[in-house]
Design a protein around this ligand. Structure first.
Ligand code: XMP
Length: 182
């Protein structure tokens, strides 16, 4: 299935909206079963904002009442290659000390971003720390890290849509896809 791109490129659909929605429902049941106490959900921005919004509503449906705070970390910055280092662009506002925290990211790729966020939140004294990603791209991992909850295994291509971008484009697409020129 090929969807016309927003401007000059076509985007091939990899994970359609109905498949994403069904999987998030399952994932929320798994998360609810983990028994988090007064959970604080921390989306790592920017790419996870659509996934996190759906995940949060799924957690509500699964009976959880999480608080939410955001952590903005640096990402690819207009290129499809990882920069190799991670910076805090905007920090969280809530104190994570003695909290049960669920970190949420769009893609676990090299592992640097999630590892950085885990170390940061652990150093600030979280009581329990779990991680959840929409996509797991195993082949490019350079840091030893696994997410506790994974929606999908991702093929080794640059993906866009459902919040994820290429130079700030394609975030609005309701599916995860691959830019045809990739
Ligand atoms: P690392 O390499 O730190 O990467 O695990 C995690 C962050 O890199 C971005 N990323 C992507 N963004 N399409 C995107 O739009 C991709 O295929 C992709 N791969 C990695 C993303 O911001 C993620 O949080």
């Amino acid at each position: 299935m090929i969807e016309a791109g927003t401007t000059d490129s076509a985007v091939e659909v990899l994970f359609p909206p109905d498949v994403i929605a069904a999987r998030i429902g399952e994932l929320c049941q798994e998360i609810a079963a983990a028994g988090l106490r007064n959970p604080l959900v921390v989306p790592i921005l920017t790419g996870s904002f659509v996934f996190s919004a759906d995940l949060l509503r799924g957690l509500h449906a699964a009976g959880l009442t999480p608080e939410v705070d955001f952590l903005t970390l640096s990402s690819y910055r207009h290129t499809t290659r990882s920069a190799g280092s991670v910076d805090i662009l905007r920090d969280m506002e809530l104190d994570v000390a003695d909290r049960d925290v669920l970190l949420v990211d769009d893609i676990l790729d090299t592992g640097r971003t999630l590892a950085y966020a885990k170390d940061l939140v652990a150093a600030r004294g979280a009581r329990r720390l779990l991680t959840c990603v929409l996509l797991n791209k195993r082949v490019r991992r350079v840091v030893t890290i696994e997410a506790d909850f994974i929606a999908f295994e991702c093929p080794p291509v640059f993906v866009v849509g459902y919040g994820m971008d290429l130079a700030n484009r394609y975030r609005e697409l309701p599916f995860v896809g691959r830019v045809a020129s990739d």
